[in-house]
Write a protein of this length. Structure first.
Length: 335
């Protein structure tokens, strides 16, 4: 769910260590996924046309730029996994020290779409709807717009006033993560092992830069070798697209299905063609492997339902409700 660095194994191990330390700190920094104060239809009286206005903007955008669906969905992930779902990933900083400037967030796109939605909502319901709730609604609507599942979005979040680059730099789970780090990262946020493998299914859409996985092709253990868990035939194809040291070229996460939300991600990972190490790691745990193979072999019979349920749970992480936080007038800055 996050871009990563083009690193050798020693650097990856150090990154993983820093991440685990950060998890311990963040575990005390926000509530887990309980979502107290959230409910479906929170704005029914104060902004009754909210969801239709969000959907209108999203549908128009995705009809002409479907490639924005993946980064807009991922933006909600990145927001919730740092400080909880409080819109902190949207805040800008005159000195580039907020979350959005952290390396793992530099590949996020679509901030202008969030601003466009917020403008439309503010026109109808001034100072009523939080940017954090807009992120959650947009994530659902872009998924639906590319033939993915619909789920009822709980609302009632308020916006945070703090955004720190270093928290995102060290706290977002890197794509180089092994299964232990993945499970720990989700557990710290009140999410289950099932949520981990379900939400990883969002990799059925979008792209990744070569820098996020090229160590698997050229220098997996620092010995100019390849990752033995990656299908050798797939390695040949990836090397055509990613030369050694290539930082900028992009590869589809789910080749041939990059703009359609479906279960084919699980088929790819089952065939050892998961692009990121964090994808391949799902084969290293009995529960994630069992779920993955069930969806792959049976054409994803429960994936859509499960995805909606896990997204609702994720949307409850560390929320600010009631009188905490604020309702930002502009998503990029505190009031």
């Amino acid at each position: 769910m996050s871009p990563t660095f083009n690193t050798k194994s020693a650097t990856i191990n150090m990154s993983s260590l820093r991440f685990l330390v950060q998890l311990i700190v963040l575990g005390f920094a926000f509530n887990l996924a309980d979502g107290q104060g959230l409910k479906v239809g929170f704005y029914q009286k104060t902004c009754p046309d909210l969801e239709s206005k969000v959907k209108e903007v999203v549908d128009q955008v995705i009809s002409v730029a479907p490639s924005l669906a993946a980064p807009l969905l991922r933006m909600h992930f990145h927001d919730c996994f740092i400080r909880g779902c409080d819109g902190s990933v949207l805040l800008e900083s005159p000195t580039n020290q907020s979350e959005k400037y952290a390396f793992p967030n530099l590949s996020l796109r679509g901030f202008q779409i969030i601003d466009k939605v917020k403008t439309a909502v503010e026109k109808a319901c001034p100072m009523v709807v939080s940017c954090a709730d807009i992120l959650a609604l947009v994530a659902r609507d872009v998924t639906v717009a590319i033939k993915g599942p619909f789920w009822e979005v709980e609302t009632g979040r308020r916006d945070g006033r703090v955004s720190i680059l270093n928290e995102a730099l060290t706290g977002l789970i890197p794509p180089s993560a092994n299964i232990s780090i993945l499970k720990q990262g989700f557990q710290q946020r009140g999410l289950s092992v099932k949520d981990l493998v379900v939400l990883s299914g969002s990799h059925t859409i979008g792209i990744s830069h070569c820098s996020s996985f090229s160590n698997r092709l050229y220098n997996f253990t620092g010995q100019n070798d390849t990752d033995p868990t990656l299908d050798p035939n797939y390695i040949v194809k990836l090397k055509i697209k990613c030369n050694p040291g290539d930082q900028n070229s992009i590869v589809e996460m789910d080749p041939g299905s990059v703009k359609t939300f479906d279960e084919s991600y699980y088929t790819l990972v089952a065939k050892r063609r998961g692009l990121l190490q964090s994808d391949a790691a799902l084969l290293d745990d009995n529960e994630t492997k069992s779920y993955l193979k069930f969806q792959a072999l049976n054409h994803g019979p429960t994936f859509f339902k499960d995805f909606g349920e896990s997204m609702v749970k994720m949307g409850r992480i560390g929320v600010l409700t009631g009188t905490t936080g604020e309702i930002r007038k502009v998503c990029t800055k505190v009031n």
